[in-house]
Design a protein around this ligand. Structure first.
Ligand code: SAM
Length: 281
């Protein structure tokens, strides 16, 4: 059965790497592990040997059929569906504990999957994920680095990330054009600690702040429709230089800016916040 490039099918041929991914999930004998995109089962076999139960979500019906023949249903449930539609909260409720997640992700939807996991954070404990190396660089980047941006903020505000190892294209069949990096993400949302009362509002704000890499933070916020005087006041209150770029700001500073901004704007001009799901007028 030839791989379907449109579905991001680059199958892992490195058995040791599959073992390392499963081992990086930690102690899982009593746990339910969700695997995203099991393919032909390179990682699934390792998970099935370690975890109490595996939920393997595969969009490709041919792969799903092959996996059903290979694994006993009581240990590995093959769910033939789009992971972007998977209900992690319901699966967590059925499992009776938070889920661990593993996967060599289909690269064409890596960011949507990471954002889906972020949105499902309450159901999750830990994830070990393989992504294109450049995406991993963005996920784990620190403020001030070239790779730091919206994806770094959106992931890191939901818990710490650490790179584990990188594989060359030759570890896959067919080989992709890029290297791949495995990273671990521990879900421990930082919203309360950062004083963020409205996580969705904060993430929307971050999207505006990082909208154009070459623009200053102030210009990005003005371009998003925020009143110029509100932008100037909020930057000054948060002790941020008027010419600063969002890429330079640690999460703590971005969160402080958002909180001050939100309350200042709400006090002066309540209709700027809340209308059309918080879009500025
Ligand atoms: N885990 C296997 C391995 O490492 O050999 C396969 C990894 S391959 C990079 C990505 C897998 O995700 C493929 O099996 C592909 O069919 C599956 N996939 C693609 N889009 C998907 C989606 N929206 N939902 C679930 N699985 C998907």
């Amino acid at each position: 059965m030839p791989a379907k490039p449109k579905l991001g099918q680059h199958l892992l041929m490195d058995h040791q790497a599959a073992e390392r991914i499963a081992a990086a999930l930690g102690d899982v004998p009593g746990r339910t592990v969700v695997e995203i995109g099991p393919g032909r089962g390179a990682i699934t076999g390792e998970l099935a040997a370690r975890a109490g139960h595996v939920l393997a979500i595969e969009l490709d019906s041919e792969f799903a059929g092959g996996l059903r023949q290979r694994f006993p249903a009581e240990r590995v449930a093959i769910l033939e569906q789009d992971v972007l539609r998977f209900d992690f909260a319901a699966a967590q409720a059925r499992a009776g504990m938070k889920l661990r997640v593993a996967g060599n992700l289909p690269y064409y939807i890596t960011s949507p999957i990471l954002l889906k996991l972020a949105a499902s954070h309450a159901a999750l404990d830990l994830a070990v994920l393989m992504v294109q190396r450049e995406v991993a660089d963005r996920v784990i980047a620190n403020p001030g680095s070239r790779d730091y941006g919206l994806l770094s903020v959106a992931v890191q505000v939901h818990g710490p990330v650490e790179p584990l190892f990188t594989l060359p294209p030759s570890a896959f069949s067919p080989p992709p054009q890029v290297h791949s990096t495995v990273f671990r993400w521990r879900f421990a949302p930082r919203f309360a600690e950062l004083g963020i009362a409205d996580p969705a509002g904060f993430l929307r704000f971050a999207r505006w702040a990082f909208a154009h890499k070459r623009k200053t933070l102030a210009n990005n916020l003005r371009a998003a429709g925020w009143a110029p005087h509100a932008v100037t006041t909020a930057l000054a209150r948060a002790d941020i230089h008027p010419q600063a770029r969002a890429e330079a700001l640690p999460l703590e500073t971005l969160a402080r800016l958002w909180s001050g901004f939100e309350s200042a704007v709400r006090a002066e001009n309540p209709q700027l916040i809340g209308a059309e799901e918080g879009e500025p007028s």
